[in-house]
Design a protein. Structure first.
Length: 692
């Protein structure tokens, strides 16, 4: 028996981007484990990825091209050859491209986070074609935009420093479920005497293990940050030297936050005045003692109408108290902006040849698939190529998305590992490789290491990497540009810009051998200012926001749907609903792994005892959750984990694996955020009743 150990990287949409060691025996992967030498992975994988071998060899893997033989959505297919599949795709796409290539739409996101298997060869194909752009904003662009206006880019506190903080605010996240290796650092900080405070509408697994939980209503995080700033200014809990040298607009900020008294803040957020005041005091006083204070924001808080502003307001806090002076101080939303990813080289926008196709926002795909041609919209969408995504399950206002994919005149190609909800609507289904079967290069959004993924095994069956599929599609469409001849290794060698001082040491062959290499970044990136904003300072007042038609100062933007902002709607639908990720799923990935799905059991809805009692709902009974957009059913869990006025449906289930064939996105909205054109999944009002 021949046994080898292969260096790999977790490809999934998680900040941790773990370094993996794959054991291969006679060409078969037998085990994946965390690399014990990688400083953030530290030998530990989450429950999901530790079973990645099971996923790769899953009996339901798609291993041959397929052609639909039943009605759309039935999921009935027959096997065909690659030659037949490519010929049929080209025959359908060529006449559309001749009429208007913008009638062809790619739909993809983070089924893999890889720079090669994600949007490298794929974007070369669509740029050459002149297809519609996809506005890939379904996750975090609201927060990225608000953070960029304030800080200048997605750069923040290094995860490897958090254990030295003395106060950590975990704001809008549940790292036990979605950021495990950050939580390991937090636990070490706790052992060293740090205080942990969770700010989250839901008493999550993480909130339960913090010293304090502040349960704000969804969409009010920006108000809490304004109220904290009010107290910091009023009680002079400020680092005046840092403010004077490294910030812009403090005088205007001071006037703005004067309006946000603890009383107004508490009423807006649905918490007590003491919670507002004591949080601000703890934050400011800890910093004034010279101790590191850190905030870990996550993406949950920005999936509301004012989500970008919420992140902006929170991002102002560290500069007010000088928290950036310490390596263990400041804030982290994402570290992705630290990486000089060479997307121009990988994606080749020059292939557009000066064309500027229209842009379709991925969050409004439900409406857009149902639109007819018009001067404002352009051509009707006639073809969709889906890869690294499952829009029928994950896109908002799901009934519209499903109706769009049901169109008989829509030609749909899906690249997949499994027959997902979206795959059931494909005309042609193409088998893609998993991370164990292809080469890729990765950045991270929770640490600072460039990462390599080596192929551990040969592709199973007839599966092919995304890159190879798009090379073959390009050839079938008559594209003969040399850019489609580059190998995956040649693509990976271009992943990071070596002209940038942060990645000057990048060498792909070396990275493949070592598995990972840390960027050249200072331990405390903004200890002496140097923010990548237009002014070089933390911008409390942003001229860029003013130019973009936004309030240049931190403000509060109420939800589209809440009791306070829309009382008429709240008469019909009085409960706010959020749908954060279930611990054993990752977006819609892993839902079909039986052992993980068995742990989750079935779709649940957590509802507060007061709200359950007023509706006659008993713990364990099936309930119907509904609004004007749609409805789904789940089993009620009557629990104070969901604060009064809020229900929580942990997600995202494949619709076909739920008892009613639906999931939480039946009730979510296609409306977009204040900035960044991002989704408002957690800006949702519903009513709940007994399903019986």
């Amino acid at each position: 028996m021949t046994t080898t150990l292969v260096r790999a990287t977790c490809p999934h949409d998680c900040p941790d981007t773990c370094a993996i060691l794959v054991t291969v025996e006679d060409g078969v992967a037998t085990e994946v484990k965390g690399d014990p030498d990688h400083p953030t992975t530290a030998g530990v994988l989450c429950t999901k990825v530790s079973r990645y071998v099971d996923r790769t060899y899953h009996p339901d893997r798609l291993l041959t091209p397929m052609r639909r033989v039943g009605r759309k959505g039935e999921g009935r297919f027959e096997p065909i050859s690659w030659e037949q599949a490519l010929d049929e795709i080209a025959a359908r796409l060529k006449p559309i491209a001749e009429r208007d290539p913008q009638a062809i739409l790619p739909y993809s996101y983070c089924g893999t986070m890889g720079l090669v298997q994600g949007e490298a060869m794929a974007m070369r194909f669509f740029n050459k074609l002149g297809a519609s752009f996809l506005d890939r904003t379904v996750c975090a662009t609201a927060g990225f935009t608000g953070y960029k206006y304030t800080i200048g880019g997605s750069i923040g506190t290094d995860i490897e420093q958090f254990q030295d903080a003395k106060l950590i605010l975990i704001w809008g996240g549940n790292p036990i479920a979605s950021n495990l290796h950050f939580w390991m650092r937090v636990q070490e900080a706790k052992r060293r005497g740090a205080k942990l405070i969770a700010i989250d509408p839901y008493r999550s697994l993480t909130a339960e293990k913090c010293h304090q939980h502040i349960a704000v209503m969804p969409g009010t995080d920006s108000a809490l940050a304004l109220g904290m700033m009010h107290v910091l200014v009023k009680e002079n809990l400020l680092d005046h030297d840092y403010i004077a040298r490294h910030t812009l607009g403090f005088a205007q900020l001071k006037d703005r936050v004067a309006e946000w008294t603890p009383e107004r803040t508490a009423e807006t957020c649905g918490i007590t005045v003491d919670e507002v005041v004591n949080l601000a005091r703890e934050y400011g006083q800890t910093a004034l003692r010279g101790e590191p204070v850190a905030i870990r924001m996550n993406y949950g808080l920005q999936r509301v109408r004012g989500g970008g502003m919420a992140v902006r307001n929170i991002a102002c806090l560290p500069a007010l108290i000088g928290a950036w002076r310490h390596p263990a101080g400041g804030v982290q939303l994402s570290t992705s902006g630290s990486f000089p990813a060479n997307k121009l080289a990988l994606q080749r926008p020059d292939l557009l040849r000066g064309r500027l196709p229209r842009t379709i926002n991925m969050n409004t795909i439900g409406d857009d698939l149902l639109k007819e041609a018009s001067p404002a919209f352009g051509s009707k969408i006639e073809a969709v190529i889906v890869y690294n995504a499952n829009p029928v399950a994950i896109a908002p206002d799901s009934s519209k998305v499903q109706r769009g994919f049901e169109r008989d005149d829509l030609f749909t190609v899906v690249l997949e590992h499994f027959q997902t909800d979206t795959a059931d609507y494909a005309d042609i289904l193409l088998p893609a490789t998993t991370q164990l079967e292809h080469v890729d290069a990765h950045l991270a959004y929770g640490h600072l290491y460039m990462m390599a993924n080596n192929a551990a095994i040969a592709p199973l069956g007839e599966a092919k990497p995304n890159t190879e599929i798009f090379r073959l599609l390009a050839k079938a469409m008559g594209m003969d540009d040399p850019v489609f001849d580059e190998t995956d290794d040649e693509l990976a060698a271009q992943a990071f810009n070596k002209q940038d001082a942060r990645a000057v040491h990048f060498d792909w062959e070396s990275l493949k051998r070592t598995g990972w290499s840390k960027l050249n970044m200072p331990a405390a990136p903004f200890a002496e200012g140097g923010f990548p904003t237009p002014s070089g300072k933390c911008e409390f007042y942003s001229e860029a926001m003013l130019a973009d038609g936004l309030d240049p100062l931190p403000s509060y933007i109420a939800n589209y749907e809440s009791v306070a902002s829309n009382p008429e709607l709240a008469e019909k639908y009085p409960l706010a609903m959020i749908s954060p990720p279930a611990r054993n799923f990752l977006n819609s990935t892993f839902v079909n792994v039986q052992s993980l799905r068995a742990t989750e059991g079935e779709p649940h809805l957590d509802i507060h005892p007061v709200d359950a009692a007023s509706r006659g709902i008993e713990h364990g009974e099936m309930v119907r959750i509904f609004n004007d957009r749609g409805a789904f059913v789940a089993r009620a869990r009557v629990t104070p984990k969901a604060r009064a006025g809020l229900v929580v449906g942990l997600s995202i289930w494949w619709k076909k694996l739920a008892s009613d064939g639906k999931n939480a996105n039946e009730v979510t909205s296609q409306r977009l955020t204040d900035m960044g054109r991002a989704p408002t999944f957690y800006d949702t009002l519903v009513q709940v009743e007994s399903a019986s």
